[in-house]
Design a protein around this ligand. Sequence first.
Ligand SMILES: Cc1cc2nc3c(=O)[nH]c(=O)nc-3n(C[C@H](O)[C@H](O)[C@H](O)COP(=O)(O)O)c2cc1C
Length: 354
Amino acid sequence: MALKLRESWRIGPVEMETRVVLAPMAGVSVQAFRRQGRRYGAGLVCSEMVSCAGIEHRNERTLDYLRVGADEHPLAIQIFGSEPPAMAEAARMVEAAGADIVDMNFGCPVRKVTKTGAGACLLEDAELACRITEAVSSAVSVPVTVKMRRGVEDGSRACLELGPRLVDAGAAALTLHPRSAKQMYTGYADHTLTAELVELVDVPVIASGDIVSHAKAQAVLASTGAAAVMVGRGAQGNPWAIREIVLGDGVEPTREEVAAELILFVHETVRELGERRASGFLKKFYGWYLGHGRFPKPFKNELVQLSSTEEVVTRLLAAAPGAAEIVERLEAELPDPEDEILLEGMPISIYGGG
Ligand SMILES: Cc1cc2nc3c(=O)[nH]c(=O)nc-3n(C[C@H](O)[C@H](O)[C@H](O)COP(=O)(O)O)c2cc1C
């Protein structure tokens, strides 16, 4: 049992080395986050959700286009939408960009998404959900997976009825975040539903929600029979949590390591989003990284006030000079940016959730 988190497993032909999956999180799961997740032991990482509405209307409000690096694989790219042909076309584009798995979002509770018939809405429209799954799984040769919530209303068990139908329609794995869409992130994830879903389907089930420690991950795997756990908020600015969940080692990072990971994250995000957007985007990460008693609170407040990311990096290096050497080493290991694939025409949605 103790070793299970470090055992390999499969979704179709795609093999993952550990049973920890890094969650798709809009506004969080940028390339730097996914890469870092892989380095700290996530067996599979997921992109933020990309909108197939971009293909149809090209007017979706967007953050950016997705970049896929050689060091991210295995990588799932998540798409969302409500039109089977557009979703099939989106899946083909995502596959061409190198996705090892196409994941579909059937759980986003955000109104901007549900009002278009996408996201959590599909939990209540099994017919359409199945048509989308069929269209997408016959459009690509990589495995197609679905991420769901338990249902729309509190107490709903819609996922148990829908899950097996999605598998019949071609889903190669299911992720369940057993909160209702109404709940957003309140209350707790009821993994007794995950256990029920596991009983009903013969594909891997990934348990998402409130996995924050090795002990919790093991307990959820043992009590549900899920193939893997997914980690979301627990990994925000905290890749050491992924390592702890995989290995159960609980070794706290040094200040130098924390500063170095944050500096690398800043550099990479500026490269991905450009300085102007990255400087606002990154502010939430300062608290996430420097919290946990790692740096004094006034230091974080100081970083948030600075107007350029260059100043942020300078302050971090002044506070932890040993970080420079670690950053240099980590940057030397990055693959050549020339080899990255840019997924154009598929905007990342800013309306995340699931
Ligand atoms: C900021 C944020 C953005 C999210 N965006 C997405 C998304 O784009 N697609 C998705 O399927 N789930 C999304 N989720 C849900 C997570 O993937 C995950 O299922 C949920 O946070 C529960 O796991 P946790 O308790 O480990 O955070 C998001 C969650 C958060 C907190």
